[in-house]
Write a protein that binds this ligand. Structure first.
Ligand code: EPZ
Length: 431
């Protein structure tokens, strides 16, 4: 099993190209099930989750191919993937596959909308909390589906097709909004989604659906209206840049000091996190090239945060920010409001010397901590990368185990950091 070795203490300087967003690419790929025509996605990140989803879609009959490089493209250009669901051969998504990636549960929506039925395994446990799918199923029921749970599988049926309805989410859910958008696009009549997620990845899916022929209004707001159509066609779509990868590297630079241009990053996708970094004393300069992050010599101010749905501070950057706050010139308070159990990184950060006290969904982080290298591992990808960030500033050597978590969500992590001066390498095939 691969590990990553990091010797801390180096400043980061240079250029990091930001990849396409994992959390946009996955629902976009799933949307290919809605049409018999070919969908072409550009700027898809090279990640194990993308590969796994290609396999899962293949199981339903989707022909998926990764195009070769074209002239002028570099390793950082992202991949172009074509997906063609001409014939859906199987409407069952088995436990063995869905349990490996929660987002694959979302296939329930296009399968049901296009084929009138879907049998999809419940995703099961997950390292960051219970993460139920009740709101996703509620949305499908509002569109006229019958839902049954049998032997760990959701059996969703709408033999006469879905019909438009009002979906009022009691809580903001990204997956629920993706599912509602995909299902409503092929339903008869009008659907209104209230309290829709406003995450940029939801808007990216909606924009791609429009290119496929869907009629959607209110993109980027919490009230989305969809006029169902009888069929959708193919489309070409560019995956938007990854705001979580952007925020992660911004925090790595803030942690080590330095000056890095995050190429292709868009500040409008993470205003809240960038604002917090500025409050902490980090320079953030936005240009056509991307976002430049700079911290030269000056200390870091502690900042209290609370995770919130977009446009608030993202839960997917909470662990990384916690690592950063161990080095602030004072104590800070981090309140996780989205997931009930997303503090798995705290114990591992403690192995590096962090002093963090947990009280329910609040973490109190002591600043001015001396971090020292140690072997660590984590149970999800954002937690893993928070350990990488801490290790970059720790004295001595850190070995990050279970690198497969990082490979799920960070394209070429060690290469991107190495090129900016970090002392980091992947140790292959060792335990
Ligand atoms: C998406 O997960 C992301 N995953 C997560 O990123 C991200 O942390 C999360 O949104 C919040 O931003 C992908 O996009 C693939 P939710 P999702 O439905 O859609 C509760 C990462 O590291 N809820 O918005 O599954 C739920 O338990 C991952 O890249 C219900 O109660 O999240 C949570 O408390 C991790 N019932 C809250 O809503 C439901 O039916 C928000 O979850 C659905 C959700």
């Amino acid at each position: 099993m691969d590990r990553i070795r990091i010797s801390g203490g180096r400043r980061l300087e240079g250029f990091i190209p930001i990849s396409g967003a994992k959390n946009a690419a996955l629902p976009l790929m799933i949307a290919s099930l809605l049409t018999s025509e070919t969908m072409t996605l550009h700027n898809v990140p090279r990640l194990s989750d993308v590969r796994l989803l290609m396999r899962i879609l293949g199981n339903h009959g989707v022909d998926a191919a990764i195009s070769g490089k074209r002239i002028g493209q570099s390793d950082e250009s992202g991949e172009t993937i074509t997906l063609s669901a001409r014939d859906i051969v199987d409407t069952t998504a088995p436990y063995e596959l869905v349990s490996r990636m929660r987002a694959s549960f979302w296939v329930v929506a296009p399968l049901l909308a296009r084929m009138g039925e879907a049998r999809v395994s419940l995703p099961g446990g997950c390292a960051i909390g219970t993460r139920p799918v009740d709101l996703l199923l509620m949305a499908l029921e509002k569109l006229g589906a019958s839902i049954e749970i049998d032997s760990g599988y959701v059996i969703a049926k709408a033999p006469k097709g879905l019909r438009g309805g009002l979906i009022d989410f009691p809580k903001v859910t990204v997956g629920g909004t993706h599912v509602a958008l995909m299902a409503a696009s092929l339903a008869h009549g009008t659907t209104e989604i209230h309290n829709a997620a406003r995450e940029p990845e939801v808007a990216d899916l909606a924009e791609c659906l429009i290119k496929m022929g869907a009629r959607i209004e209110g993109i980027g707001t919490s009230r989305i209206v969809i006029e169902g159509v009888s069929r959708l066609g193919g489309a070409h779509h560019h995956v938007l840049p990854d705001r979580i990868e952007t925020g992660t590297y911004a925090m790595a630079v803030a942690m080590t000091g330095g000056d890095v241009m995050l190429g292709g990053a868009r500040s409008d996708l993470l205003q809240s996190a960038l604002g917090v970094l500025q409050q902490a004393g980090v320079e953030v300069l936005t240009s056509d090239l991307g976002i430049r992050i700079r911290r030269n010599g000056n200390g870091l101010m502690p900042v209290d945060i609370e995770t919130q749905p977009f446009p608030g501070f993202p839960t997917d950057l909470q662990a990384q920010f916690m690592a950063l706050m161990t080095r602030a010139d004072g104590n800070s308070r981090i309140h996780e409001t989205i997931f009930e159990n997303r503090f798995m990184h705290v114990q591992e950060l403690a192995r590096l010397g962090a002093k963090i006290r947990l009280d329910g969904d609040v973490a109190y982080v002591e600043g001015r901590t001396r971090l020292t290298g140690a072997p660590v591992m984590a149970t999800d990808l954002r937690a893993s990368v928070s350990l990488v960030i801490a290790a970059l500033a720790a004295e001595g050597e850190t070995l990050v185990n279970r690198v497969y978590h990082l490979d799920r969500g960070f394209e070429a992590l060690e290469k991107k950091l190495f090129r900016c001066g970090a002392d980091i390498e992947r140790l292959s095939g060792e335990r």
